[in-house]
Design a protein around this ligand. Structure first.
Ligand code: DP6
Length: 348
């Protein structure tokens, strides 16, 4: 992302909103948190418990530096929970999902106040850049702090998971593994390597910034209808091991192969579920071909795609400029977001 544009967005997000909220009540209990989205290198797809968001398999991701959600939570005497996303009031299902996390926090803190939640992203939501991950990680951190709780990283990861599974992975920093666990208590994510461990960069080729038709939550619920899901799950421990070792050993070639395989397997499940989900567009597939050609020509790159059409092209940081330039020249690529490895969710 060009520096000027990024600093303009950051300036806008860091506006005086919290001050305005604070003068509304006598004794507000307010906190603000920032969290990064993450890109899954080994994907989470399907739940063994949809309510608790207990995943059918473990997953590995890296946080995306420079992209973030900033969320402020203020508990006060307002009659209902309210939610603003990018300054737009949200009601219905979106608000209910946030309230369910606030309810867990209220229960833990033994408080009954309603909350005003205000959240903003500096990246397009709903297009495969895991906006729900950053959103629920920031919400978990801000809401628990505003309620006066001091939660451990594991407790925050568990709380964020209840809002969106992948949000469990946006709580710790750097390269993160979310273990399936045996239940609610231990299905949590932890860092396997710090951001400084390996200078990887994600060049996100934005093909469509439009909101996708079928969200991940509905997708997880039908994953089991694909005849391929069981085979995918049976092989996941092997892919997790290969990916974890590739990260720890900084073996890019192995990483590139395993993330492409894992992404292709998940999309095979999506395409063969009932109803079928086809997130790829023509330009998505075009980039797959290009990335493999570039790699064969000596450029260290690998692709992965979440639940959207955008392609995350992972490369070593020193090649990011070249990768960005090549992606921008391809037909159908509207923009390229460039992100290094991001840190943990935190209060500000
Ligand atoms: C394809 O975490 O967005 O991005 O728990 O319903 O919010 P919910 O789903 P979500 O699913 C992410 C799916 C994915 C793969 C991944 O991030 O691991």
């Amino acid at each position: 992302m060009p520096e000027k544009r990024e600093s303009a967005i950051i300036a806008a997000l860091f506006s005086a909103k919290t001050t305005v909220l604070q003068v509304k009540t006598m004794k507000p209990s307010s906190a603000t948190a920032i969290s990064h989205p993450n890109i899954a290198l080994i994907k989470y797809w399907g739940n063994r418990n949809n309510v608790l968001r207990l995943p059918s398999n473990g997953s590995i991701s890296m946080n995306l530096d420079g992209l973030f959600t900033r969320t402020t939570v203020t508990f006060n005497k307002t009659p209902e929970d309210t939610l603003l996303i990018n300054d737009h009031p949200i009601s219905g299902k979106g608000l209910e999902r946030v309230s369910s996390i606030l309810n867990l926090v209220r229960e833990m803190a033994n408080i009954h106040d309603r909350a005003e939640v205000s959240s903003a992203n500096n990246f397009p939501s709903g297009a495969g850049i895991a906006s729900s991950a950053a959103a629920f990680a920031a919400l978990a951190v801000a809401a628990s702090r505003a309620a006066g709780l001091t939660l451990s990283e594991a407790q925050l990861s568990r709380l964020a998971r209840r809002g969106s599974g992948s949000a469990a992975r946006s709580i710790p920093g750097g390269f993160v593994e979310w273990q399936m666990g045996t239940g609610d208590e231990n299905s949590i994510a932890f860092s396997i390597a710090a951001p400084e461990h390996w200078n990887l960069t994600d060049c996100v080729a934005v093909i469509s910034a439009a909101h996708k038709k079928t969200g991940s939550t509905e997708g997880h619920a039908i994953a089991g209808t694909s005849p391929l899901q069981n085979a995918r799950l049976a092989d996941t421990p092997r892919r997790l091991d290969i990916c974890r070792q590739a990260i720890l050993g900084k073996d890019f070639e192995t990483l590139a192969h395993i993330i492409e395989l894992d992404s292709d397997i998940m999309h095979s499940v999506m395409m063969t579920s009932n109803p079928p989900l086809m997130y790829w567009q023509a330009a998505t597939v075009q980039i797959f071909h290009q990335v493999r050609e570039w790699r064969a020509g000596g450029l260290p790159v690998g692709y992965t795609v979440d639940a959207g059409a955008n392609v995350h092209v992972i490369c070593l940081a020193e090649y990011a400029k070249e990768v960005e330039k090549r992606l921008r020249e391809l037909p159908g690529v509207r923009d390229v977001l460039v992100a290094g490895v991001g840190g943990a969710a935190q209060t500000v």
